[in-house]
Design a protein around this ligand. Sequence first.
Ligand SMILES: CC(C)(COP(=O)(O)OP(=O)(O)OC[C@H]1O[C@@H](n2cnc3c(N)ncnc32)[C@H](O)[C@@H]1OP(=O)(O)O)[C@@H](O)C(=O)NCCC(=O)NCCS
Length: 142
Amino acid sequence: MIIYTDQNHADIPRLLALFEQAPWARGRTADDIEHMLFHTDLMVLAWDDDSLVGCGRVLTDYVYRASIWDVIVDQTYRGQDIGTKIINHILTHPSLKRVELFWLCTRDKQNFYEALGFSTKEQTGMVWDRNKQPPISDPANP
Ligand SMILES: CC(C)(COP(=O)(O)OP(=O)(O)OC[C@H]1O[C@@H](n2cnc3c(N)ncnc32)[C@H](O)[C@@H]1OP(=O)(O)O)[C@@H](O)C(=O)NCCC(=O)NCCS
């Protein structure tokens, strides 16, 4: 049976192994993940006994906006409803019940998210990618 937990003290080596299965999360380091977990508002993990088989995380102000990141299910466990349950766990989580709008970005999983009620009709996102920008300085701290 798959158990769903929300805890920010995930076993980092197991999380690293899961992140290796998603193109955008490959190559993350234990140090960065520790920092990420500390500043993540909700981390949902899916467990098969002591195997970490799925994750999803949320950054939020708990009222107006929440963004969902790093939804990943282990390759050998896909197609078993685990991704759906991770998202539903997030959308129904008591700490997020006041949140008006949940936001996420996806390149090719629109069908998966549309089945869960997400819409592609309100595409308003823009991205600033530090790795693709020239260095800039803060005018308040020159
Ligand atoms: C996307 C992902 C999280 C789905 O997890 P999952 O546990 O396999 O999904 P579920 O079993 O809950 O599937 C629910 C539905 O979505 C569909 N679905 C699952 N993966 C899909 C995909 N890659 N593309 C389109 N539809 C998909 C399933 O067919 C299923 O539909 P059904 O109920 O009509 O059969 C998983 O494939 C994954 O980890 N992919 C790699 C990482 C990734 O791309 N994450 C999304 C980031 S935006």
